[in-house]
Design a protein. Structure first.
Length: 76
């Protein structure tokens, strides 16, 4: 899975689970940044969510689950 595919999946899941528009969740989530596997061998991606306390809590909750099933992504 690529970083952009992961971002698309996260945005769709957030909109489905929490309501709101895809655009709003994409803005709140921000881009998926890939990290070096040399320094981050267990999970090589991160996001820096912004928005309301509710939005950030929803994103962080989802990320906890998704990191278990998709810990490694490619940078493309």
């Amino acid at each position: 899975m690529t970083a952009s595919e992961l971002q698309d999946m996260l945005v769709a899941m957030l909109a489905r689970q929490s309501g709101g528009s895809l655009r709003r969740w994409r803005l709140a989530l921000g881009p998926v940044q890939t990290l070096s596997l040399d320094t981050h061998p267990h999970c090589n991606w991160s996001v820096r969510p912004v928005g309301s306390t509710y939005e950030i809590a929803e994103i962080e909750s989802l990320l906890d689950h998704i990191r278990l099933s998709h810990p490694i992504v490619s940078g493309a």
